[in-house]
Design a protein around this ligand. Structure first.
Ligand code: PLP
Length: 304
């Protein structure tokens, strides 16, 4: 079946979508993007795109940091996304990748006097991690870029060289992923996911000012914890708190809610999915498929 993408204001066949090799974003990593999931609910024969509005709000915030002028409004982005998904007519879970990029053909890194273009592609998508058990993490010997270098708060493609090094070196050392520390030595997040620890019954996560991408899933988890009556604390986290946490899980659009089995070979809790992690996971997977009336406003139905 033909798969469509959206580029330069048009829905076109995926293999016909090309950009020139001197495009600024390709030369300098000057694009901002989002990763959004859409979940297929077979009982309803409906596709629900999850928290699309919040993702595009973050895209616009990233664009502002990068001197980009958005060609569309928030509502237009949402409509384009819905229309593209409808055209691609998946009956399976999917991933949506909108990208706003510096599209002038020019050499030199300056962001101003440089055009902005927009594209979206979508693809069928299953689990991000190929493991059913918990993740084996290490603490990376790379550091997260700081807010005064390449701000992690903005989802800038060039910054993913940092994630690529973190993830690849963790893999090569036999781990599934890594926890990254900030320049000042505090826990930030994984290569492409946020992190939660359960410490004495309190769901604990990093501050939004600890050099993290402020995840849509992170914010969702906090709201679901409130719904479940689980106390939440946002604060700085030290490396060794990881080793002694009762439970740890990571979360992100790609990762979803994934338990952590060990960090630096120290088993977390009893090494199995903890009770609080399980509760959050169960509610999350119901919510994203539009099975919770209370949180249905987060789910954008694609098919009329
Ligand atoms: C560096 C980084 N942190 C955290 C996240 C999780 O963000 P979200 O929950 O919005 O997908 C991502 C997701 O792509 C990421 O790349």
């Amino acid at each position: 079946m033909t798969e469509y993408v959206y580029l330069n204001g048009e829905y076109i066949e995926s293999d016909k979508a090309v950009i020139p090799i001197r495009t600024h974003a390709f030369l300098y990593g000057t694009s901002v993007f989002e990763g959004i999931r859409a979940y297929y609910n077979a009982d309803e024969d409906q596709m629900y795109a999850f928290r699309v509005k919040e993702h595009y709000q973050r895209l616009l915030a990233s664009a502002k940091v990068m001197w980009m002028e958005s060609p569309y409004t928030l509502d237009e982005y949402i409509q384009i996304t819905k229309d593209l998904l409808k055209k691609n007519a998946y009956k399976t879970d999917a991933y949506i990748r909108p990208t706003l990029f510096k599209s002038s053909i020019k050499v030199g890194p300056t962001l101003t006097d440089n055009e902005d273009s927009f594209l979206i592609f979508t693809t069928p998508f299953g689990n991000y991690f190929g493991t059913d058990s918990g993740l084996k993490l290490c603490v990376s010997n790379w550091r997260r870029t700081s807010d005064n270098a390449i701000p992690p708060r903005a989802k800038v493609s060039g910054a993913y060289a940092n994630s690529a090094l973190i993830k690849t070196d963790a893999h090569e050392a036999g781990f599934d992923d890594a926890v990254v520390l900030s320049e000042s030595g505090e826990v930030t997040e994984g290569s492409a996911m946020n992190i939660f620890l359960v410490i004495n019954g309190v769901l604990t996560t990093t501050n939004t000012t600890n050099d993290i991408l402020i995840g849509v899933t992170r914010n969702t988890v906090i709201e679901l914890a409130h719904e479940l009556g689980i106390p939440v604390k946002e604060r700085s986290i030290d490396r060794t708190e990881l080793y002694n946490a009762d439970e740890i899980f990571c979360c992100g659009t790609g990762a979803q809610i994934v338990p952590v089995e060990s960090v630096d070979h120290r088993i977390i809790g009893d090494g199995k999915t903890g009770e609080i992690t399980r509760k959050i996971q169960n509610l999350y997977y119901d919510v994203v498929r539009g099975k919770s009336e209370k949180f249905k406003e987060w789910c954008l139905p694609v098919y009329d």
